[in-house]
Design a protein around this ligand. Structure first.
Ligand SMILES: Nc1ncnc2c1ncn2[C@@H]1O[C@H](COP(=O)(O)OP(=O)(O)O)[C@@H](O)[C@H]1O
Ligand SMILES: N[C@@H](CCC(=O)OP(=O)(O)O)C(=O)O
Length: 367
């Protein structure tokens, strides 16, 4: 049975002055109901809690302070769910609310529980409606998704969906933000996401959205590597969601990579939470990125943070750019002593289980 994740941004659900735009919710429910009625398993990742709630509280614009956003989300999430529930019931479809935080994805037990719940809901023909648990996660700034683009790509890869549809107020990715540059042209298809492509995309254009196009491309990158085809674009007329799924949508299509990553590497690259960073020299960076080699202590320049064998760490090159992530075999204090030493010397001086700082099987290149 085909499994599809649809993400709808605040800009498509609420007005710039705040508050839910009920006719849009009705419209999206009817589009999703069509997919559901065709026998597809549908999951909805929805934003809009903060935008739906801030006006009810009496704030004049989307709040910037964390506790105000949390308060707005607490009010707005209930309004959002109520609106979806009513809209889907017209098609006899039952919905369920799932609120997740970034932290849940880095904890295998928690995410497995969430996945089992989602599986059960889908098997009962219920549409899970997923949002970030804003009242909890805005406090954990570093571990926050912030926008739901990232969340939707993790949901799509973890549930092994075949497609991710990111609905926004633009009809796809342009060579520049069309709100600012009228000469921008649309990119119809993307086979590979490069750093240059990411540079094209700016931040949020609407007054209620947060992620902008950049976070959508980053989400597409995660999805592509996980074997999920992604569409980013506009769905405004009846039947357009179906068209988007059949390849005729108003938007940009991102192909999947030829070899999608195994689940273990997806988790390592995109769901795990790193405990520290390791900076490596030029030779080691090339060995990891291009030659599929393990990281040896000789290539380590320095490390930061406290980690233990088995933890996930981020690896930076000498310019400070992230090149990938891996499972480290050293404790941080051991690595500080071993940095720059030959493997023979490390074996003589330091009591480590494996000489490789990161084994190539426990590594994922991110740049
Ligand atoms: N290269 C680009 N192509 C298209 N849109 C872009 C680009 N760069 C920035 N944007 C902006 O991204 C906005 C969509 O992001 P956002 O406001 O976060 O929407 P949503 O709430 O749907 O997630 C668009 O309105 C647009 O102004
Ligand atoms: N979880 C937040 C999402 C914030 C947000 O604006 O996201 P998006 O519109 O997807 O860029 C909410 O429901 O308000």
């Amino acid at each position: 049975m085909e499994r599809i994740v649809v993400k709808i941004g605040s800009s498509s659900l609420t007005s710039d002055e705040g508050g839910l735009h009920k006719p849009n919710i009705q419209f999206f429910a009817s589009e999703l109901a069509q997919l559901h009625q065709q026998g597809k398993q549908v999951m909805l990742v929805t934003s809009g809690a903060v935008a739906a709630g801030f006006r009810e509280i009496g704030y004049e614009a989307r709040p910037k302070l964390v506790h105000q956003k949390q308060a707005a989300a607490a009010v707005g999430q209930a309004l959002l769910m109520q609106a979806y529930q009513e809209a889907f019931l017209q098609y006899g479809i039952v919905t369920a609310q799932i609120l997740l935080t970034r932290n849940d994805f880095s904890n295998r037990k928690r995410i497995n529980n969430a996945l089992m719940t989602i599986e059960e809901l889908l098997s009962q023909r219920i549409i899970p409606i997923i949002n970030e648990n804003d009242t909890v996660s805005t406090a954990e700034i570093i571990l926050k998704f912030g926008d739901n683009d990232h969340l939707s790509s993790l949901v799509a890869t973890m549930t092994k969906a075949s497609r991710l549809v990111i609905i926004t107020d633009m009809d796809g990715l342009y060579t520049a933000d069309p709100r600012k540059n009228p000469n921008a042209t649309k990119i119809e298809r993307v086979a590979q996401i490069s750093e240059e492509l990411l540079q094209l995309a700016g931040g949020a254009g609407s007054a209620v959205g947060t992620g902008g196009m950049r976070s959508k491309i980053e989400a597409a990158r995660i999805a592509m590597r996980g074997g999920v085809t992604t569409f980013i674009g506009r769905v405004q007329q009846a039947g357009e969601l179906l068209s988007a799924i059949h390849g005729h949508g108003r938007g940009t299509y991102f192909d999947t990579e030829e070899h999608s990553l195994p689940m273990k590497k997806q988790w390592l690259g995109f769901h795990s939470t790193p405990s520290g960073t390791i900076t490596v020299d030029h030779g080691a960076a090339i060995a990891l990125q291009e030659r599929h080699k393990s990281l040896l202590p000789a290539g380590v320049v320095s490390c930061a943070g406290e980690f233990h064998p088995g933890d996930v760490v981020e690896v930076l090159n000498e310019e400070g750019l992230l090149i990938g992530r891996g499972v480290v075999n050293y404790a941080s204090w051991q690595l500080k002593a071993a940095a720059g030493l030959s493997s023979d010397e490390v074996e003589r001086r330091i009591d480590v289980q494996r000489i490789e700082v990161i084994h190539r099987d426990e590594w994922i290149t991110l740049m």
